[in-house]
Design a protein. Structure first.
Length: 114
């Protein structure tokens, strides 16, 4: 079955860190660019960033540059989003996306609150 499954969301205080994971199955993961998106309540879904097939992370949203890092492990068929120095405005549902497959995960909730 072709799917993406995110995990790792939760509640964290401002300034804290979280690592999101996205496990891929059903396709040759190493050959696909992967992206993370997020959608906050009442807002459009926005691109957080992208990792190329060779592992270069690109296209970070201005709001997360210097705080978030995307990386992949092709052996584990997984892509990760390391989020540091989290802010209240980072609260959103985070989605893993394989653009060429128009494939989305189910999303994982990240809530930043004191």
């Amino acid at each position: 079955q072709v799917q993406l499954v995110e995990s790792g969301g939760g509640l964290v205080q401002p300034g804290g860190s979280l690592r999101l994971s996205c496990a891929a199955s059903g396709f040759r993961f190493s050959g696909y660019v992967m992206s993370w998106y997020r959608q906050a309540p009442g807002k459009e879904r926005e691109l957080v960033g992208t990792v190329t097939i060779i592992g270069t992370s690109i296209n970070y949203a201005d709001s997360v540059k210097g705080r978030f890092t995307i990386f992949r492990d092709n052996a584990r068929k997984s892509v990760y989003l390391q989020m540091n120095n989290l802010k209240i405005e980072d609260t959103a549902v985070y989605y893993c996306h394989a653009p060429r497959l128009t494939l989305w995960g189910q999303g994982t909730q990240v809530t930043v609150s004191s």
